[in-house]
Design a binder for this molecule. Sequence first.
Ligand SMILES: Nc1ncnc2c1ncn2[C@@H]1O[C@H](COP(=O)(O)OP(=O)(O)O)[C@@H](O)[C@H]1O
Ligand SMILES: [Mg+2]
Length: 254
Amino acid sequence: MGRTIAIVNQKGGVGKSTTAVNLGAYISVAGKRVLVIDLDPQGNATSGLGIRKENLGASMYDVLIERVAMSEIILPTEVEGLFIAPATISLAGAEIELVSAMSREFRLRERMREIVDLYDYILVDCPPSLGLLTLNGLAAADSVLIPIQCEYYALEGLGQLMQTVTMVRTHVNAGLEIEGVVLTMFDGRTNLSQQVADDVRGFFEGRVRVFDTVIPRNVRLSEAPSHGQPINLYDDKCRGAEAYRELAAEVLGE
Ligand SMILES: Nc1ncnc2c1ncn2[C@@H]1O[C@H](COP(=O)(O)OP(=O)(O)O)[C@@H](O)[C@H]1O
Ligand SMILES: [Mg+2]
């Protein structure tokens, strides 16, 4: 059965979508069948995987309001074995429309039921908030992966995030595990990056796995989305590519 990993951090710009796209790509390069579910109305994972949002018919919004089945919106990508359930700005409406719905936090989990066994890994790219969409991601997930940017305020908000995970375990999804924390946008030239990395490892020590792999700040990683390609297609040799390949191996337990 497939493993569903929600990629969560309520801060924007920490590398969630970059991780969903590129970790997903290298897990499929390793021979697994992978689905990325875009749960962010900004649709960055969608465009990052080469889907033109203007031309889309149905998307995650239509799935969550139960207008279409999940299987009807899933698209193949340029990477063999990698698929995307796309999102557009319309998804912002679901957050509002679902507020009064029954079992609103379980909607994604229910909608995923028909497809969950078709993939080895499902990565859910969550929006930068702890609102209803992220709650749906956490309710549907086996585990949560937390990207943390090596920046000054990195630790801020982590307490709230950990409280949310505890709350979800109590009320919504008792089995939710923490897959791990991944340090992103590490800049080896600055003391700050090293300091933040040390602080984050200290904060989680003995409680939560922090992956050995650190994702460097790498301009190729930021260029790839504008070409609609994951990094394995855009520049397989750059340092960012190497890092996501290593992260995939760690997640796969290799
Ligand atoms: N390791 C990295 N090196 C350089 N740029 C990065 C890296 N990771 C992400 N970025 C860029 O930073 C911005 C925010 O990343 P993104 O993955 O969209 O964050 P989030 O999904 O958490 O909001 C994007 O422009 C992305 O291309
Ligand atoms: Mg994002």
